[in-house]
Structure formats: C-alpha cells, structure tokens
Write a protein that binds this ligand. Structure first.
Ligand SMILES: [Zn+2]
Length: 420
C-alpha cells in the first residue's frame, strides 16, 4: 500500500498575498498564507518551487507523499529528494521517506533582469554578519549583492503583537537602510499549521518565503548559525552545511554564509558596523516586545560575547543580564555549549562572569567516564526534545487563533474580491 497523498495548488497570488491550498489526509492541510502589509510581490512567483520547499518536511512528518499541482523545477525536485533522504536518515522518528512530484517539471523560467540577492533578516548576529560580509566584498566567489531583507512575522514575532512587530520592523529597516537594502515584511501561518518540527524545519520554512521572490531577485543569502567545524560536533539542525544548498536551484541558489566564523568572531567582525550593532535584535522571547529581554539564553550569550570582545552592551540591552540568568540558561545543550566555550576562552580574567561560567561549563563536562558522558549526552538530547516540544506547543496554541479566525479571513477575502 502506498503512502497517502498530500496535494498543494496555488489559490491566489497578488502583490500583497500568496495563498496555497493544501489537502491532506485527516486533519492535515489547510490554507498556507503569506501576507505582506505592503505591495512587495511585483508578479506571481514564476513557478511553484516555494510550495515544494514549504511542504516537503511537513508531508514527510505526516507520512505523506507530496504532489504540487503546477510547475516545479526538475532540478529542485532532484535536490529535495536528497534533502528528504538525509532527514529520513538523521531523524527517522520525525520524517518518513517522502516523494515529491509536480504536475509539470520545468527548467529555468524566462525572466527579465533580476536584482541581487534576498535574505531573511531578523536583525540578529548571524544575519548582520552575512549582510556585512557580502556588502564589504569579503566572500570571494560567493559574494552576492544583497538587495532585499525579509522580516518574517509569525515565528518569534507573534501575529497579533503589533507593537513588537512595529519595533522589530523599524530596527530592521534602519539597519538595512545603512547598506541600501530594502525591507519586506511577510507574515505567515507556516509554523503554526505546516511545521511539525520547528528546530529541524525552520530553514525550509524561511527558504520557501525567499523563493516567492525568485522572479525579482537572483539568489538567496542564508545566514548560518555555526561555523563549519562546530557543525561537525552538534546534532542535526534545520540549518546545516550539508543540506542548505539543496533548498536552491542553479538559477536561484542558496549561498550559505557564516561557516568561516564562530559566532563570537562574527560579532567581532560587526565591530566595524555600528549601524548593525546598534539595531541588533537577538531575543525570541514572546514578551520581548520586538527588542531584547536581556535574560534569556540568546540575550545572555550575546551580552557575554560583547563583554568578551570588549563592546559596551547598554544600547542593545537596556535590561542587563543578572548573575542568576547565567545559572538558569547555561545548560549542557550541545547546540550552545561551543558558543559559551568561545566566550569563556576570551572573557578577561577579571570579568565577574568568568568563574561562574567556567563552573557551569565544567559541570557539563562532569566526568571522563564513558557511562556518565553518555548519560549527560542523553540528558542534553532530551532537553533538546523538550525545547522543540515547547516550540511546537507554542505553535499549536497560536494556531488555534488562526483556525478560529479562518472563516472570518475567508469571508473578508471574498468581500475584497467582490469589491475589485
Ligand atoms: Zn532575550
């Protein structure tokens, strides 16, 4: 017996909204929505590559094959095939083998002259580094001229938190303007309704959004989390050097940036880019209001990094970290330990956080005994699972409001269409 089929087709595409109708077995499926408050799409996407990318991991996690009812690049289908084989091997508990097919397999579309690259831009260290690295021509043959940054609403920024969205938007706009890059804001229900494993799928979610601009821009610049060598030491993660390029095509490639630098080195690089440092937004806490809360793991890590490289933290972190935050957040999570280790190596000896941080990381190493070591690793893995589950619960909580308001949104769409 074959796997159940999930199908997806373009429902509408205008200059402010793109909607994909997804039909799957049981509760799966619905309307995948990308909406901007501004007219950011000059024309409908030239093909449905973005649909295949947005849904490949969702279909795999629902145990379905995926069929896109429209044109998809055959080159992309090849790459997505490898992409899903990798995930099915890395995390068979989350992703089954899935086959992606399309009503029409196509080559490169014929397009007018396109602008430079598009990138996701939340205002964090990694995106800031990628922007600065490309804009200063330090990427060699990988160098791209970045022309558009996309701020996503519906992930760390909740759909209805208008104040936080406005603040994050203003910060991102100011930072990008210093490099002559425009900002587009795109709100989506992808995480709430079409993502079952956020930490493993966020990059396909982001790449799909950037692909909707493939008729206007010529490549994706993707800001990676870790350096090439650190990536060899951590468990599978949504952004990873082995898979990122599989989310692009030769005519719309994904150029991953950041592997050459550890996080703390990226921050050092940004020392010469005050427009980016001043507007830095690293926090993904729901109550951060589009700024930095000062106390979460991301905020603590970044403040320690700034101290380690000798930058003043007051402007970007008006609410400074406290000693108890360090105890709360520096847990033996394999994803973050290398970053904190880099901080420890560089913190001046007289910094008040040096010794407490050293003790926390020492506790992580705890023992050379292989059995204890395995247990520590297992605990770290479980913590990762808990963090991932928390994200999913948060996403589900948010999705209720999306589901409840769906008839309302559909009705207002109809009214809007009649008015035209
Ligand atoms: Zn924070």
């Amino acid at each position: 017996m074959g796997r159940p089929l999930m199908t997806a087709r373009l429902d509408r595409a205008d200059d402010r909204q793109i909607v994909v109708a997804v039909e799957g077995p049981g509760e799966s499926g619905g309307l995948l929505d990308y909406t901007s408050p501004d007219p950011v799409w000059d024309a409908p996407p030239p093909n449905l590559d973005f649909v295949a990318i947005a849904l490949v991991q969702y279909a795999a996690s629902e145990g379905c094959d995926l069929h896109v009812e429209g044109p998809v690049s055959s080159e992309l289908l090849d790459r997505l095939h490898e992409f899903q084989l990798i995930w099915a091997k890395w995390r068979p508990d989350k992703f089954g083998n899935t086959t992606v097919t399309a009503a029409e397999e196509v080559g490169p579309p014929e397009l007018p002259q396109r602008a430079g690259a598009v990138m996701g831009f939340s205002g964090g260290v990694d995106a800031g580094f990628a922007l600065a690295a490309h804009k200063t021509g330090t990427m060699g043959r990988l160098n791209r001229d970045i022309d558009l940054g996309v701020l996503v609403v519906g992930w760390d920024l909740a759909h209805d938190d208008h104040e936080a969205i406005a603040r994050a938007r203003a910060k991102a706009e100011r930072a990008l303007a210093a490099y002559d890059v425009e900002l587009a804001v795109v709100s989506t229900n992808w995480q709430q309704e079409f993502c079952n494993a956020w930490l493993m799928a966020f990059n396909s979610g982001l790449s799909a959004i950037l692909h909707t601009f493939s008729g206007q821009y010529s490549s994706i610049v993707h800001a990676n989390d870790r350096s090439y060598d650190q990536e060899l030491l951590v468990p599978p993660f949504g952004s990873q050097m082995a898979i990122n390029h599989l989310l692009g095509t030769p005519w719309f490639p994904v150029v991953t940036t950041g592997g050459t630098h550890a996080r703390i080195e990226r921050l050092e690089f940004l020392r010469d880019h005050p427009a980016l440092l001043g507007e830095l937004r690293v926090c993904y806490q729901a109550d951060a209001g589009g700024g930095n809360c000062g106390h979460c793991q991301k905020c603590v890590l970044t403040q320690l990094e700034w101290r380690a490289v000798g930058l003043p933290t007051a402007e970007a972190f008006p609410e400074p970290m406290r000693m108890e935050d360090l105890v709360e957040v520096v847990l033996p999570r394999p994803h973050v330990v290398p970053h904190f280790q880099d901080v420890l190596d560089r913190l001046p000896d007289d910094d008040e956080y040096k010794e407490p941080l050293r003790r926390r990381l020492e506790a992580h190493r705890v023992s050379k005994s292989p059995r204890l070591r395995r247990l520590v690793d297992r605990v770290a893995e479980l913590e990762q699972e808990v963090a991932s589950s928390r994200e999913e619960v948060r996403a589900m909580e948010q999705s209720r409001s999306w589901r409840v308001t769906r008839p309302l949104r559909a009705a207002s769409d109809k009214v809007a269409r009649r008015r035209r």
